[in-house]
Design a protein around this ligand. Structure first.
Ligand code: HEC
Ligand code: HEC
Ligand code: HEC
Ligand code: HEC
Length: 199
């Protein structure tokens, strides 16, 4: 009789620990500058890409024709509009992610982690294991692979919340395999095949 409350207490404690651990286990967004320290050429290429500059599209006067076509007001500033920001920044309202342009300017635009996942955990793996980690280890720590999984891109592209989709104009059709080839939209393929190996 007396044992039960103790066991219940224990299971509650256990349950709470699981919750706390799960919360702790969630990786945080760290920003492209952190990736740049080891991936400089990708960073420099990305910096000039359309994804990196995607936040600016929300400013008044940018892409007037496209905005008009989508029934948006080209004179309006959409940079603080909740309906827009999530797909034009990195990790909107997530841990370590973009809040607003004043407090988190470094996360404006579609950054590395929009396509590769929040980096606080897998960046440590890259550092520790260098060429010797397996994809599975990386994905366990929150890394995403947009070339394996279309869903990585579809949170923004061809999404029902985007004003710019196929129904508006066929040029917005998102053919994933084709779009992956447009490397200038993010960063080029490495010149030599990555010396990545399973060790
Ligand atoms: C301390 C150095 C370091 C940091 C910081 C770092 N990486 Fe890496 N990363 C590496 C190394 C080394 C490799 C393995 C060699 C390669 O494929 O370029 C790698 C591999 C990768 C790969 C290829 C993975 C695969 O399975 O082939 C991606 C994608 C990547 N990093 C993205 C990022 C992103 C995004 C960030 C920032 C959130 C980041 N890295 C931070 C060192 C780092
Ligand atoms: C669900 C994600 C999502 C939301 C929400 C979103 N966008 Fe975008 N936006 C995109 C994607 C993806 C593209 C690129 C479309 C393409 O070129 O295929 C884009 C492109 C644009 C462009 C460039 C269009 C062109 O043809 O030049 C502008 C301007 C833009 N968005 C403004 C906005 C504004 C303003 C809002 C809010 C009213 C908004 N977006 C909300 C995902 C989104
Ligand atoms: C629009 C999406 C997108 C953005 C933004 C992006 N990448 Fe990638 N990156 C990819 C895809 C897709 C691959 C192919 C492998 C995969 O599926 O992750 C890739 C591959 C890589 C690789 C492996 C070698 C290679 O080039 O194939 C590294 C390293 C990397 N990215 C680093 C970065 C860093 C650092 C940034 C930011 C400065 C960044 N990426 C921004 C989509 C993106
Ligand atoms: C966080 C939202 C987001 C994610 C995730 C994202 N994109 Fe984009 N992408 C955009 C926005 C916004 C633009 C519009 C840039 C512009 O018009 O200047 C864009 C533009 C592009 C373009 C250039 C325009 C075009 O359609 O030819 C390509 C290519 C593209 N994205 C491919 C990809 C691929 C491939 C992935 C997944 C690996 C991906 N994107 C992931 C938001 C995103």
């Amino acid at each position: 009789m007396k044992k039960w409350p103790a066991i219940q207490m224990l299971s509650i404690v256990f349950f709470l620990t699981v919750i706390v651990q799960t919360a702790e286990a969630k990786p945080k967004y760290i920003g492209a500058a952190k990736c740049a320290s080891c991936h400089k050429s990708n960073y420099l290429a990305w910096k000039t890409s359309s994804h990196a500059k995607a936040f600016n599209l929300l400013e008044a006067g940018k892409r007037k024709k496209a905005k008009r076509l989508a029934g948006l007001d080209p004179k309006k500033d959409y940079t603080a509009d909740k309906k827009c920001v999530k797909c034009h920044v990195t990790g909107y309202r997530k841990k370590g992610g973009f809040k607003d342009i004043k407090s988190t300017p470094q996360l404006a635009g579609v950054g590395c982690e929009s396509c590769h996942g929040a980096g606080s955990k897998y960046a440590v793996l890259h550092d520790k294991k260098m060429y010797g980690f397996e994809k599975k280890e990386a994905t366990n720590l929150g890394q995403l692979y947009g070339a394996d999984d279309e869903a990585v891109c579809l949170v923004c592209h061809a999404h029902k919340d985007s004003p710019f989709h196929e129904k508006l104009d066929n040029k917005y059709k998102f053919d994933w395999k084709e779009k992956l080839k447009v490397r200038k939209a993010y960063h080029p393929k490495p010149k030599k095949k990555s010396s990545f190996s399973f060790m």
